[in-house]
Design a protein around this ligand. Structure first.
Ligand code: HEC
Ligand code: HEC
Length: 462
């Protein structure tokens, strides 16, 4: 048992902990999405607020990290604090894609594909049918560039819309994306040999907790997560990185075992570091005479970004005692959503260590409610993108954590969901679930309209 005044203690176990809200009232345990890291925010800053334990030196570094994350990088190739953008890139700052630590409105919908004004709010993965690379291109299409260099190509998307109805007559429709790439800067690529997999950003809710997950618990979950009666079986994503075998928890394909700060700077912004000293465009024919070798961001600065992401607070649940929300929670279980969107997990005992050695003991031994098992599931033909990543097959995706999802519209002004944003609202997101997720889609479809709505109101309380 440990008491915390104003929610700021680093307790070893938060199961029986009392947390006070900013208004002085004791928090309902159901509101606490992430123990002492829960923040009582429901406005536009809900994903972008430090946990209450971020104080003093940590707070200074949090703010530095926030700035490095949000400030557009300039094209000055020799300024290690603000420069290094490009020559090729996808966005001009981390925050350009992850606005307010969330999901920027997808340019897929606002601009029909690649952004025309210096950034695209998505990543475009490309590969050959046989899984190989294309000559002159990497795995990610860099569709933006600084002056004097051509973007690798531009993405366009069109959507086919199809209408469906539930048994009670309520109608809904789903849009299927068709992607194409034009304006290739070098070799034209045969569309028949090209696989395109588009991803909109993920919400950064709970990144610190995700990186601190007790992976033994995930292993046990993977061993147990086998429900033949429902056709569900989750699979742990093991990945090989830097000669180590690690468990992937980050990204839509659980293909990352860390916060990918270095990779983000290198591949998304074109900013080089100790770990990735070469520009992503290095080796391309148009880069002759343009190459910049060296370090455009220091490990210390990247650690501040790591610290910023790791110590963001997780927004508290809202309306937890509302009758419809409670009914919706029952329906969530009835529809078997919880078999993949696992309500409760724990973080490990040892404190997570950041890029440059900083420890964050506040993240250890916490009971958290991410609504994900962080396992890979076969989501069927419906969501098969044809692109493999890490341990994940083309049709496998990591159960997306649902904490904070109900605030996405407030924070980012849209309700696009799923890896490529094709779901325009919650209902469509559920109706896209195929493969192992079909059981939930069917159970949800058979509910009365009132029960379906209650379920979605519950999800919006997360
Ligand atoms: C051009 C848009 C873009 C930019 C710029 C960008 N990201 Fe991302 N980010 C994404 C997308 C899209 C994903 C989801 C990728 C996936 O899972 O395949 C992602 C995923 C992530 C994740 C994993 C999230 C999770 O929930 O597992 C982290 C962490 C992250 N980005 C951090 C950063 C940092 C740090 C920077 C800046 C150095 C950055 N990103 C810049 C688009 C972007
Ligand atoms: C078999 C495992 C499984 C089951 C069961 C399941 N989901 Fe999912 N869910 C996933 C996976 C995997 C994704 C990611 C798919 C993607 O992005 O293409 C996902 C994505 C989502 C998303 C989109 C989240 C976002 O931010 O983009 C929502 C919402 C969602 N699920 C809600 C539900 C609800 C509600 C139920 C029950 C009716 C349910 N899921 C049942 C595995 C599952």
């Amino acid at each position: 048992m440990c008491l915390s005044i104003t929610a700021l203690s680093a307790c070893s176990d938060n199961d029986d902990e009392i947390v006070y809200k900013p208004n002085g009232k004791v928090a309902d345990p159901k509101e606490l999405s992430a123990g002492t890291s829960t923040v009582f925010m429901s406005g536009i800053r809900a994903y972008d607020t430090p946990a209450t334990w971020v104080k003093g030196d940590l707070s200074t570094r949090f703010n530095l990290g926030d700035q490095l994350y949000d400030d557009p990088r300039t094209t000055d190739q020799d300024d290690p604090t603000k420069g290094g953008l490009g020559p090729l890139y996808a966005g001009y700052s981390c925050g350009s894609c992850h606005k307010n630590a969330g999901r920027t409105y997808p340019t897929l919908f606002s601009e029909g594909g690649s952004g025309k004004y210096g950034f695209s709010s998505m990543l475009v993965y490309i590969t050959r049918q046989n899984g190989g690379f294309f000559r002159q291109y990497g795995r990610v299409l860099h569709d933006q560039s600084i002056v004097g260099v051509e973007p690798e190509g531009k993405l366009s998307v069109t959507y086919d819309e199809k209408e469906y109805s539930f048994h009670d007559g309520e109608k809904y429709s789903l849009i299927t994306p068709h992607y194409s790439i034009s304006e290739w800067y070098a070799d034209d690529i045969d569309p028949k040999d090209l696989i395109i997999d588009v991803r909109i950003p993920l919400r950064h809710v709970g990144m610190g907790q995700i990186m601190a997950l007790d992976t033994d618990e995930l292993k046990r979950l993977a061993a147990q997560s086998n429900y033949p009666e429902y056709g569900i079986s989750g699979r742990l994503a093991t990945i090989q990185e830097r000669n180590r075998t690690m468990i992937g928890v980050g990204g839509n394909k659980a293909h990352h075992a860390d916060l990918t700060v270095e990779l983000g700077f290198s591949s998304d912004l074109g900013v080089t570091s100790d770990r990735f000293p070469l520009e992503v465009a290095e080796g391309q024919s148009q880069m002759v005479g343009f190459s910049h070798y060296g370090i455009q961001i220091s490990t210390k600065d990247m650690e501040d970004v790591d610290l910023y992401l790791s110590s963001l607070g997780v927004p508290a649940r809202r309306n937890v005692n509302n009758e419809t929300v409670k009914k919706g929670e029952e329906n969530f279980y009835k529809a078997k959503c919880h078999l993949c969107h696992t309500p409760t997990l724990h973080t490990r005992q040892d404190a997570p260590v950041l890029l440059n050695g900083t420890r964050l003991p506040w993240l250890s031994s916490q009971t958290i409610h991410p609504y994900s098992d962080f396992l890979l599931h076969d989501m069927g033909r419906e969501l098969d993108s044809g692109y493999r990543s890490g341990a994940a097959q083309t049709y496998e995706w990591r159960s997306t954590p649902l904490w904070g999802i109900g605030l996405q519209e407030t924070v980012n002004g849209h309700t696009h969901f799923l890896h490529d944003g094709r779901a325009r609202n919650l209902l469509e997101a559920i109706m896209w679930h195929g493969g192992e997720g079909s059981v939930s889609r069917e159970l949800f479809s058979r509910m009365s309209k009132e029960d379906r709505n209650a379920l979605m109101i519950f999800v919006n309380s997360l």
